[in-house]
Write a protein that binds this ligand. Structure first.
Ligand code: FEO
Length: 389
């Protein structure tokens, strides 16, 4: 097995695994694959920070073995129990009898996945420190970023923040550091933020405050590349994304049976563009839901169009709405539109989701049409787009 491993700082190693082929991460489209970053600190105590999905155990153990005998692991830090990070913990404990360092929630969640009754635990909370020899590790709880158990681990002497899901990106790459990719890395980070952290973004400012007090030279997330060159920038971007800063931008998401709803989408878009609004249009059956959510993150307007199909939504639009309902973008202006044959139902169902999300709904009689919009109707849609802007 030929696997890349890397010393990221004196005696601290990236021993993660690259999942080149994964294309769906619990519903989040991952066209660029992903990584499960695991970090090994060699000191008087050997410490492993986070692991990988269970099917990548062989790769993980191979990477660790390049630096220590896995039997010699003393501590495994579980910053977060989701199985992309804890999937190999049980097998590693079996091999090494290592003590798990986690918080109360982490311990509880581990016990719900694994038989942990014989495991040794050290339970930590915000501010607690553990000396491992020449280094001290400090812990900061960040509940709901991404699960109730999440925490960050900070190595004071090396000025490294092991941030788990925070600041991650779902990419598989040969590059391990941000500067190797350049500024293009921010779009991957934005994609990740929009689909993983957006539901909890109101908690991010407090987490950022805690991070800003630390002297940091590296941020080592558990997915994607390590932040070295752009640390201030990525922290600033997290602040911006968490604050609901929107652009004069509209995202139009629709599906269509015989192009009636499509024609309406395009006519409204023309009106918006006429008034200088940046517009993105997606036919939902042809676009990844996660890509659409990334565009919605900083959009002021969200317009959703669907034909009525047997008193209901077009199925692909229903799937998109369910996804948006769980990602929960906030403070948007919502517009529902669509075509129907004999009973209009789709726009009402779209508006129900908008209401759940607290969107400000803008309505107009031109937003529904029976069978197909004629030229005169499309003109009204165009004028509506201009008025909306
Ligand atoms: Fe990467 Fe919430 O796990």
């Amino acid at each position: 097995m030929i696997l890349m491993v890397l010393e990221i700082k004196n005696g601290i190693y990236w021993v993660g695994v690259i999942d080149w082929e994964i294309r769906d991460f619990h519903g989040y489209g991952t066209p660029y694959g992903s990584t499960y970053n695991s970090y090994l600190i060699k000191d008087k105590k050997n410490v492993l920070i986070d692991t990988a999905k269970d099917y990548m155990f062989n790769e993980l153990i191979y990477g660790i073995s390049k630096f220590i005998d896995p039997k010699d692991l003393d501590y495994i830090i579980v910053n977060h129990v989701e199985k992309d990070h804890s999937g190999c913990v049980d097998k590693l404990v079996e091999i090494s009898n290592a003590t798990i360092i986690t918080n109360e929630k982490g311990k509880e969640h581990l016990s719900l996945y694994y038989d942990t009754k014989d495991w040794d635990f050290i339970i930590v909370d915000t501010g607690d420190e553990i000396n491992i020899g020449d280094r001290t590790l400090k812990f900061i709880r960040t509940p709901m970023l991404h699960w109730p158990d999440n925490m960050l681990t900070y190595c004071k002497e090396e000025k490294i923040l092991f941030s788990n899901d925070a600041f991650g990106q779902h990419i598989a790459s040969s590059e391990r550091f941000d500067y190797e990719i350049g500024e293009g890395i921010f779009e991957h980070a934005k994609d990740y933020f929009a689909n993983i952290l957006m539901p909890y973004k109101m908690l991010i400012p407090d987490a950022i405050k805690a991070v800003k007090n630390l002297d940091i030279e590296l941020i080592c997330p558990s997915h994607g590349v390590i932040w070295k060159e752009y640390i201030n920038e990525i922290i600033e971007k997290y602040n911006e994304w968490a604050m609901n800063k929107t652009k004069n931008k509209a995202v139009i998401v629709y599906d269509t049976m015989y192009n009636s709803t499509k024609k309406m989408a395009h006519a409204i878009a023309e009106g918006l563009m006429e008034k200088g609004v940046e517009v993105k249009i997606y036919r939902v059956c042809e676009t990844s839901l996660s890509r659409i959510m990334t565009e919605i993150l900083d959009a002021k307007y969200v317009l959703v169009g669907s034909p009525t199909v047997n008193r209901n939504l077009y199925p692909e639009v229903g799937k998109f709405l369910a996804y948006m309902d769980c990602i929960r973008p906030l403070d948007k202006i919502g517009v529902a539109f669509g075509s129907y044959g004999w009973m209009e139902c789709a726009t009402e169902k779209i508006k129900e989701i908008f209401k759940n999300l607290g969107f400000k709904i803008v309505d107009d009689e031109c937003l529904t049409v029976r069978f197909a919009p004629k030229e005169e109707h499309l003109k009204k849609c165009y004028e509506f787009g201009k008025r909306l802007a």
